[in-house]
Design a binder for this molecule. Structure first.
Ligand SMILES: [Zn+2]
Ligand SMILES: [Zn+2]
Length: 372
């Protein structure tokens, strides 16, 4: 293949080259697969102290666990379907097509069916495979006993990673619950929608928040939320514009916008430090006392975002943030639903347009503030 500048290519040529490269990738992957199989035969991973070929592959090739898993799965499935492995080695189809076809064969589809599958797109081949797959009781039990959900904080505990596996129907139930919850959220103020992954994340967090507060059934008074305490080292906080010096009681570092949200919904504890030792601890206080919170919710009667009819987890919010001298009194408090409060303001960095009427708040995104 002649390396031509991409701008010089005709559209046909461009498409042609993309397809040729996919075929080259298939041939290279076939070679990797046969090398992996040989490494497996020599039990190299065990000798290197790895628990599995997948773990060894991820480490040695410096690839993500899911990439390694796809290679190892391909290695195993192609072992039983040599003609598809040959096709891969000759570049007679993309890697995904050949692996999907191999799975269909392993699931017990007749050679005629496998041949017809060439006329389907890859999701179609996968659906056909699902129809053919035998699920003996022992397989179903195995799938259930393989279930897990894992959560791991990153080293600096500023985020958590989640992954896991659920049996098919349970997975679908969770997926449906997340979609249903996400559908109740309004759009962002600029009429854009969060990405599907972001909407899943918001849905999961809101379902978890419901399960931790007794008032999930009473959506008019559910703004209280679980008590979250923040410890602040005032020397560090003052020297960093509030960006450092604050952690929750479980040691998670939080920045200014999270603290501002806790000032609206949670409680704080102030601890002073001298020579690294805590010297005085203040009382745990809810920043907005429950009586004031109820009064503001009653006054506003619902979310004050323009056009929002959500009554989900209504929460009072400081219009002028505490960090800018905003006070905890009725004039500076307004009621917002969970989405407008948590997602739009405190997590995405929108601010209230100063000239919007108190009961019909509009939002603006300051340039360079918050995620794009
Ligand atoms: Zn707030
Ligand atoms: Zn709202």
């Amino acid at each position: 293949m002649e390396p031509t500048s991409t701008t010089d290519l005709t559209t046909d040529g461009l498409e042609q080259q993309l397809i040729e490269l996919e075929s080259i990738k298939a041939r290279l992957t076939a070679r990797q697969i046969s090398l992996l199989r040989e490494a497996d035969r020599r039990q190299t991973p065990l000798g290197d102290g790895c628990r599995s070929l997948g773990e060894w592959t991820a480490g040695r090739l410096d690839v993500a666990p899911e990439t390694a898993k796809a290679l190892v799965t391909a290695c195993r499935v192609l072992e039983t379907v040599p003609d598809q492995e040959q096709r891969l080695g000759s570049g007679l189809g993309s890697f995904d097509r050949i692996i999907a076809t191999a799975h269909l064969t392993v699931a017990g589809a007749s050679p005629d069916r496998v041949e017809q599958a060439a006329g389907l797109d890859i999701p179609g081949v996968r659906r056909l495979t699902a129809m053919h797959r035998r699920m003996a009781p022992i397989d179903e039990q195995q799938m259930f006993s393989d279930r897990y959900v894992s959560m791991q904080p990153t080293l600096d505990r500023t985020a958590y990673r989640l992954w896991g596996q659920l049996p098919g129907l349970d997975g679908q139930l969770v997926e449906q619950a997340l979609l249903t919850r996400a559908d109740t959220f309004p759009t962002l103020p600029d009429e854009t929608r969060s990405s599907p992954g972001q909407r899943n994340a918001d849905a999961l967090v809101s379902i978890a928040a419901d399960s931790l507060t007794t008032s999930s059934g009473d959506q008019n008074d559910s703004g209280s939320g679980p008590v979250l305490s923040v410890f602040t080292n005032h020397d560090l906080a003052a020297g960093s514009d509030g960006q450092a010096g604050s952690v929750t009681s479980t040691g998670i570092s939080v920045g200014r916008s999270t603290i501002e949200e806790i000032f609206c919904t949670g409680s704080t504890e102030h601890i002073s430090f001298q020579n690294g030792q805590p010297v005085a601890a203040g009382r745990t206080t809810r920043v907005i006392p429950p009586k004031l919170r109820r009064a503001v919710l009653y006054r506003d009667g619902g979310c004050t975002a323009d056009g929002c009819t959500s009554r989900y987890r209504l929460q009072p919010h400081h219009k002028i943030p505490w960090s800018q001298g905003g006070r905890t009194d009725p004039a500076n408090l307004t009621t917002l639903c969970w989405f407008h409060h948590h997602v739009v303001i405190h997590k995405s960095g929108y601010t209230i347009q100063p000239d919007s009427p108190p009961g019909r708040l509009r939002f603006q995104k300051p340039p360079g503030n918050g995620p794009p």
